[in-house]
Design a protein around this ligand. Structure first.
Ligand SMILES: NC(=O)c1ccc[n+]([C@@H]2O[C@H](COP(=O)([O-])OP(=O)(O)OC[C@H]3O[C@@H](n4cnc5c(N)ncnc54)[C@H](OP(=O)(O)O)[C@@H]3O)[C@@H](O)[C@H]2O)c1
Length: 434
């Protein structure tokens, strides 16, 4: 029987882990403000879990049923909306697809699914005239989806830079503050519950990349193919580079970056990579497990969003805001654009330009610097800064160069020439953000 009670929104919750549990808590503790804001009760009818025997940290209301059969949510005519917080892609996709077929509205926090397999779901939601909201899938509690979709809708977005993964940022913050190597900082993050036992999705940049794909859609109105996005994580970052960068006035952060490349409306230069960020830029001061996004828009100017990117209540706050929007029956505008999204034209990574930090471990011999400068000059690269200073705790003396703006292609060629001529024991480079 369909829900024809206009005073309530009946929901099915798929997943009762961190986010699902947070949502149940928030629905109970903030019942008063929810009803005042949307004029309806939100009634949790049924919860989907994987393991019916697992002990739960939250107490469900007496009428709420727990099931391990997803069709009990998708096919129930009384349920108006489904919250998908099971994660993963295959079951979540089946659940959302089937729920849309049965006329449900959807709220999800699943960035991996939306980034890699989202387009058919958006198409189906549009075809069925259903709401598909996903505020919690990018940067947890930070209302960035709403900001790009609605508040900044009249702007052309020039660029966005984000710290989009709290685990990586926590590890980098610990490496910076306590001069730790990567493995020790990661172990500390795991001990404190900030990193999963298998942290690869976070530290190898894929979680940031999923969020960046969603941000590109929202900011530029194009679909950037996930498999084409350049992605580099923080696994190979050394304590020495973090310390040297700090001495030069920078913190190293894992950045998700996207900008309009300028040749056409659809051409996007994007990637996820560790970069040097000047101490004077707000992004450098984003510490621990926090997320932040800096946006440059033509009319609104420069905007900075900062907040908790994960955790039960911060994420549930975003999920619940989406549910309130569903309860208010806001008209579906799921992608933020009226027309179907065209494919992004991908700006070639080799042509992207930046200033660079480069560190080499080379013999401290006459002529070495001249040879390096020669290799750089041959590619048209000029240097803004050279530093060679003994580092406490490190036996070798690193040579650090900072360049003026150049292209990725020129840097790669210069590095190949330096390798061939000087055989450095180690050579790393990072982009430097203005
Ligand atoms: N955690 C965060 O802070 C955060 C922040 C932003 C976005 N997200 C996103 O939110 C989603 C959920 O994350 P989470 O941290 O809450 O995950 P989680 O703690 O692992 O919880 C997942 C829940 O889904 C259930 N589940 C998993 N696979 C299932 C299946 N095949 N069938 C039925 N139930 C299934 C699990 O059941 P059992 O309990 O029975 O095992 C569990 O209750 C993910 O997409 C994640 O990327 C999370």
């Amino acid at each position: 029987m369909a829900n024809d009670n206009a005073d309530s929104l009946i929901i099915g919750l798929a997943g009762l882990g961190t986010v699902g549990g947070g949502l149940v808590t928030l629905l109970q503790s903030n019942r008063d403000i929810i009803e005042r804001r949307c004029g309806k009760k939100i009634v949790l009818k049924r919860v989907l879990v994987h393991n019916l025997q697992k002990k739960r940290h939250v107490t469900l209301a007496s009428g709420t049923e727990v099931t391990d059969d997803l069709t009990r949510l998708t096919d129930d005519p009384e349920i108006d909306a489904i919250v998908e917080v099971i994660g993963g892609q295959t079951t979540a996709q089946t659940l959302i697809d089937r729920a849309l077929d049965h006329g449900k509205h959807i709220v999800t926090a699943n960035k991996a699914l939306l980034a890699e397999r989202g387009l058919p779901l958006f198409a189906k939601a549009k075809e069925k005239n259903r709401i598909l909201r996903y505020e919690a899938s990018v940067a947890g509690a930070i209302p960035i989806v709403q900001a790009l979709k609605d508040s900044l809708a009249s702007n052309h977005i020039h660029s966005l830079l984000g710290i989009l993964n709290g685990t990586s940022n926590y590890v980098l913050s610990q490496m910076t503050a306590d001069n730790l190597d990567f493995a020790t900082a990661l172990q500390q993050a795991q001990d404190k519950g900030y990193a999963e036992a298998d942290p690869s999705l976070d530290i190898d940049g894929f979680d940031s990349a999923h969020k960046l794909i969603l941000l590109i859609r929202l900011a530029f109105g194009v679909h950037y193919d996930f498999s084409k996005l350049p992605i580099q994580g923080i696994r190979n970052l050394s304590a020495m580079d973090i310390r040297l960068a700090n001495q030069l006035g920078y913190h190293i952060k894992l950045i998700g970056s996207a900008k309009a490349a300028g040749k056409s409306d659809h051409e996007i230069e994007a990637g996820v990579f560790p970069a040097l960020v000047s101490h004077s830029f707000l992004l450098a001061r984003v510490e621990g497990a926090f997320n932040a996004i800096h946006i440059k828009a033509d009319a609104a100017g420069s905007l900075f969003f900062h907040g908790r990117g994960a955790g039960d209540l911060p994420t549930a706050s975003a999920v619940l805001a989406d549910l309130l929007a569903v309860a208010r029956e806001e008209y579906p505008n799921n992608t933020g654009f009226a027309l179907d999204l065209p494919k992004a034209e991908i700006f070639p990574e080799a042509e992207s330009s930046s200033c660079y930090y480069m560190r080499l471990m080379v013999d401290d011999a006459p002529g070495v610097l001249r040879d390096i400068a020669g290799c750089m000059a041959a590619e048209g690269i000029s240097m803004s800064h050279v530093m060679q200073r003994t580092q406490d705790g490190f036996s070798e003396v690193p040579l650090v160069l900072m360049t003026h703006e150049t292209t990725e292609c020129a840097m790669q060629k210069a590095k190949q020439a330096i390798s061939a001529k000087l055989h450095p024991r180690e050579m790393v480079s990072f982009k430097v953000l203005a």
